[in-house]
Design a binder for this molecule. Structure first.
Ligand SMILES: Cc1cc2nc3c(=O)[nH]c(=O)nc-3n(C[C@H](O)[C@H](O)[C@H](O)COP(=O)(O)O)c2cc1C
Length: 185
């Protein structure tokens, strides 16, 4: 299947989650396009990255979205990208795609669920099919996982600080969304 992984990461934690999901999807033989969004003051880079990411977004069957939680919501670079999607939305090109979200926050109660929901609000408008992480297999039942809204990791404000347990959950998320999108459960 065609999978797009679109994410923003400032200090590398969401990037680590994205890589875990992307490596797994690639190992399964899927066609995977990975896009790390840049900061919003990097205007030239943003224009280039957005152009390619929008094309891959339009093309994908499945999209995994990753963002740091910032005050309980997606980051500004992610929102900036989302705000470039109106043409695709108006052309109906975002409807019926399978979408899910992964996040990193500094703290346990730092707004992970509401950050996932901030992206879900966008997906409702598009008519995307939201696939929540759920807690449907043992790998989601471990102490550092268990977030049914989306896969999430707590960084403690350290860069690249993603435990293996959360990477396992990313692989679970890929398996889950692929099986649902493929009609097998
Ligand atoms: C402007 C701003 C707001 C943030 N708000 C929160 C927050 O509300 N709760 C929280 O736990 N962490 C918050 N953080 C911390 C990030 O979510 C956290 O460091 C995350 O692991 C960063 O992911 P990254 O390494 O992929 O950039 C905030 C960071 C920034 C820069």
């Amino acid at each position: 299947m065609k999978i797009a992984i679109i994410y923003h990461s400032f200090t590398g934690n969401v990037h680590q989650l994205a890589r875990a999901g992307a490596d797994h999807a690639e190992a399964l033989g899927h066609d995977v396009a990975v896009h790390r969004l840049c900061e919003i003051d990097e205007l030239d880079r943003a224009t280039e990255i957005h152009k390619v990411a929008l094309a891959d977004l339009a093309d994908a069957d499945i999209v995994l979205w990753g963002t740091p939680g910032r005050y309980g919501s997606m980051s500004a670079p992610m929102k900036y990208f989302i705000d470039q999607t109106l043409d695709l939305h108006m052309a109906g090109q975002l409807a019926n795609k399978f979408m899910t979200t992964f996040v990193s926050t500094a703290t346990n109660h730092g707004g992970q669920e509401s950050t996932v929901l901030s992206l879900n609000n966008v997906f409702y408008h598009w008519g995307a099919v939201i696939v929540p992480a759920g807690v449907t297999r043992p790998e989601q039942l471990t102490p550092l996982n268990q977030n049914p809204y989306g896969i999430s990791s707590v960084s403690g404000r350290q860069p690249d600080n993603v435990p293996e347990e959360n990477r396992v959950a990313m692989r679970y998320l890929v398996d889950r969304i692929v099986s649902i999108a493929g009609g097998t459960r």
